[in-house]
Design a protein around this ligand. Structure first.
Ligand code: PHE
Length: 385
């Protein structure tokens, strides 16, 4: 009897110890003294380096403002940033390291959908909330209940550009060329095609390429023979810039259209005159009189000497939405923050008002802008469907 009693007493204290440890550990994730650790991973180098750099600058500015205003829950946010070089496998490595070695409480990233899709299962597995500033592919947040974003999604973005081509440019026959290696590009091409044909338009040519390609002449030559009235290129700026030059070089003069992947100061640098006048959908425009946007633009310009692009604005909003969730969270735990993120409602960001729906996606409007050299000209705003 006493033997059994002794055993259960040992078992009980072991259990208590475990529970005690577990609780302490739970509370300690991502908190060191008076700092809350937040991880960021993005393409700071590589073909999409401006995505990672701009986003990082937006995040940095937001965190500086948050900390200057006293931080969250009486603590300062400390950002740990890793470069994934624009490679999905490096995004996995970065997310894993941030979670298992740096012990972050939440993740900000990635920009590109393929890299968010690669890293999201890691965040989900460890139950660390991940908030993507600007991955628009529908599947990203479907990975699990710890994955969020602050941008609109591609079923909407594809519709925006299809309607714009049909209603605004009044074109009926369009060619599409997209990157088969990019989930973003594949998805956006699909939704554009669906809506455009639904509106009575026709997709008269469909061509593909692979990210990092530099020669698109074969595909463009084939597109040229069917004489489209416009070409939709849902890719990233490096390939889009090259594609535009080669299209013009082959004598294709019709309007070029794209999505948010065009948003880079490098687009014009690479595409030059060939990309001038092209239209793309985006999350934000610097042609805004919203005082909040003007204030953000000024603060950004003061810190970095350039005006913020869409990526910077999305990074800024992502960091502020996360800080808001940390502040509202019942406990300083990844789970608490996840629950607070899920109930984000009416958050006034510089890219619009952010309310998470039941699938952890916000419903927001999009803008269409026109490439006018290194800056883009605001054309129109398209409200959510
Ligand atoms: N939406 C793109 C993607 O999902 C990334 C991107 C966002 C690029 C905003 C530029 C500007 O891959």
């Amino acid at each position: 009897m006493s033997h059994i009693k002794l055993l259960s007493a040992v078992a009980l204290s072991a259990l208590l110890l475990l529970v005690g440890c577990g609780k302490k550990e739970g509370e300690a994730v991502g908190v060191v003294g008076d700092e809350i650790l937040v991880g960021e991973f993005g393409s700071m180098t590589g073909n999409e380096a401006t995505f990672g750099i701009s986003t990082h600058q937006g995040i940095e500015l937001a965190i500086e403002e948050i900390n200057a205003a006293g931080g969250v829950k009486g603590k300062k946010i400390k950002l740990i940033s890793l470069d994934d070089q624009g490679k999905p496998e490096e995004a996995v490595t970065a997310a894993t390291k941030l979670i298992t070695q740096d012990n972050v409480i939440a993740l900000l990233g990635e920009v590109a959908s393929s890299r968010s899709l690669a890293a999201a299962p890691i965040a989900q597995q460890y139950k660390i909330p991940m908030l993507s500033p600007s991955s628009t592919n529908q599947k990203v947040t479907e990975v699990g209940d710890y994955i969020f974003r602050v941008c609109f999604i591609d079923p909407f973005q594809g519709t925006v550009m299809a309607k714009f081509a049909h209603d605004h440019l009044n074109v009926k026959k369009v060619a599409v060329i997209y990157d088969v290696k990019s989930d973003y590009s594949v998805g956006l091409a699909k939704f554009f095609k669906e809506t455009f044909t639904g509106l009575g338009g026709e997709i008269i040519a469909e061509q593909t390429y692979s990210g990092n390609d530099i020669d698109f002449k074969a595909q463009l030559t084939s597109i040229k023979t069917v004489k489209p009235e416009a070409i939709f290129i849902p890719g990233y700026y490096t390939e889009v810039g090259l594609l535009a030059r080669q299209a013009r070089g082959l004598g294709i003069e019709v309007p070029l259209l794209g999505g948010d992947g065009w948003d880079s100061s490098k687009l014009y640098e690479i595409g030059q005159e060939a990309i001038m006048g092209g239209y793309f959908s985006n999350h934000y425009t610097t042609d805004s009189d919203d005082p909040r946007v003007r204030q953000f633009m000024e603060a950004f310009k003061n810190k970095y000497t350039v005006f913020p692009d869409g990526l910077a604005a999305m990074g800024y909003d992502a960091a502020k939405v996360l800080a808001d969730a940390i502040e509202r969270s019942e406990s300083l735990t990844p789970e608490g923050i996840r629950n607070a993120l899920a109930t984000t409602k009416g958050f006034a960001g510089v890219t619009g008002v952010i309310t998470m729906d039941e699938n952890r996606n916000p419903t927001k409007s999009a803008v269409v802008v026109q490439v006018a050299g290194t800056t883009n000209k605001y054309v129109t705003t398209i409200q959510p469907l």
